[in-house]
Design a protein around this ligand. Structure first.
Ligand code: C2G
Length: 129
């Protein structure tokens, strides 16, 4: 059983998120997502449009996601990955190198982001409508 873990906000769920989760799920048998809480997003300097519980339900409705847990801080990853017995930790490549310190416990990979779509861009478009 190959377990992949990733983290994110997944606000205004879009095709970039879907394509990442699809690629991640194809790497193994189980994909688990650490979903940023609304409070943690404030720390990240982001204001979420969709509240945590709705973002969680949307992710669980995605065919590529097997489970979701809450991400409350930057520092919880090592403990999460051990608890979940993760084999792979993966993020989009806007994070390349940021989590290489976890390579002693998991395989760390960064996949190319999907171009021309982001939550930030969607927020801008929505404001212009
Ligand atoms: N992503 C992508 N392509 C896009 C947009 C996002 O592949 N066009 C990926 C990002 O690289 C990330 C994941 O989708 O791996 C989730 O993106 P965000 O919701 O923006 O998450 P982020 O704010 O990067 O939070 O501790 C890690 C953080 O929680 C990551």
């Amino acid at each position: 059983m190959t377990t992949i873990v990733t983290y994110g906000t997944f606000d205004l769920f879009h095709i970039g998120h879907v394509k990442l989760l699809k690629r991640l799920r194809a790497l193994g048998d189980r994909l688990i997502v650490g979903l940023s809480s609304d409070e943690f997003n404030q720390q990240k300097g982001k204001t979420t449009v969709i509240p945590f519980h709705d973002r969680r339900e949307i992710l669980l409705a995605c065919r590529y996601v097997d489970d979701v847990f809450q991400e409350n801080c930057w520092e919880q990853k090592r403990e999460d990955l051990i608890r979940l017995d993760a084999d792979i930790f993966a993020m989009g490549d806007d994070w390349v190198g940021q989590f290489d310190d976890l390579q002693d416990i998991v395989k760390v990979i960064y996949l190319p982001r999907t171009k021309d779509v982001s939550t930030t861009e969607l927020k801008t478009v929505i404001h212009e409508i």
